[in-house]
Ligand binder design. Structure first.
Ligand code: PMP
Length: 292
């Protein structure tokens, strides 16, 4: 497998970074995951915009223009065989003597990229949906930054795995009079469907602004699907007709069980079927335009 590290393409076995890299020592860095369909990066502009937001959030200069990022990404795609891939892009504050404060003068960042084949969700998950479990959202208050420091997300996802579930749905306790509300999954965004309407939590500091989340809302607008973006109380999650999970690698999945109880009928519902199909159409249209 060929990876990209600091300006060079090389076999993964030859890639080396210092143990003093601030990504290793402090988790001081940000990342992106970009799906590639038919050898084209999907929604690249949007992913690079979110990368800039994450870099701004940790006060790290973007080492490349969007044009340079695009050429590195395209070169990495070209060096892999799979038609559909997912790219992992990772930038840290670089290598310096261990000290919490930023290196002064700044050192160059470490830039790493790899690609793996993108595997679509198994047929069983598409037909039957997935089981999820809820857990308190105990992460920091800048979940809008796609930080490589993912220990809370790792521990939260493991709660799901230990319970035989696909994902953990995170619940923030409200302040004072505010009741608890749903933020997102450990590595996905979550939508609620009630009485034919799609509800999405607002993109604020408590969740990652998912690229797939945006696509779903764009699809809702374009197809006249009733929808509303607002805080979603925990009771609404448990009273949902349908729950949907989205991410770049999972696309759209129905959540058919929550904390051991069926969601709605316990089967993927009408909104899932509609959005899943529209998502596939959307992808196909984007790829067709790209190839013209
Ligand atoms: N929230 C979190 C915490 C994530 O890690 C991810 C991505 N894995 C998402 C949401 C979904 O974002 P995207 O649609 O851009 O993959």
């Amino acid at each position: 497998m060929t990876i990209y590290l600091n300006g060079e393409f090389m076999p993964i076995e030859e890639a080396k970074i210092s143990v003093l890299d601030r990504g290793f020592i402090f988790g001081d860095g940000v990342y992106e995951v970009i799906p590639v369909y038919s050898r084209r990066a999907f929604r690249l502009t949007e992913h690079l915009r979110r990368l800039q937001h994450s870099l701004d959030g940790i006060r790290l200069a973007n080492p490349h223009s969007d044009g340079v990022w695009a050429s590195i990404i395209n070169e990495l795609i070209a060096r892999h065989e799979a038609q559909d891939q997912y790219l992992y892009l990772h930038i840290t504050r670089g290598v310096a003597k261990r000290d919490h404060a930023f290196p002064n003068p700044p050192v160059g960042p470490t830039v790493f990229m790899m690609s793996n084949p993108l595997l679509i969700a198994p047929a069983d998950q598409l037909h039957n949906g997935v089981a999820c479990i809820t857990a308190p959202d105990n992460r920091w208050l800048r979940c809008d930054i796609k930080a490589i420091a993912l220990l809370p997300n790792v521990l939260l996802r493991q709660i799901a795995v230990d319970a035989g579930c696909a994902e953990t749905i995170l619940i923030r306790s409200g302040s004072n009079n505010e009741s608890s509300f749903m933020t997102e999954g450990a590595a996905s965004n979550i939508f609620v469907v009630k009485s034919g309407k799609l509800f999405a939590p607002p993109k604020d500091n408590l969740m990652l602004p998912g690229i797939t989340y945006d696509v779903i809302l764009e699809i809702a607008v374009a197809n006249g699907i009733p929808h509303e973006v607002r805080k979603i109380g925990v009771a609404e999650v448990f009273a949902a007709d349908e729950l949907l999970l989205t991410s770049s690698t999972k696309e759209v999945l129905a959540i058919t069980q929550l904390d051991g109880k069926p969601v709605g009928t316990g089967k993927p519902g009408a909104m899932f079927a509609r959005l899943h199909k529209l998502y596939q159409d959307f992808k196909r249209d984007v790829m067709r335009q790209n190839n013209q």
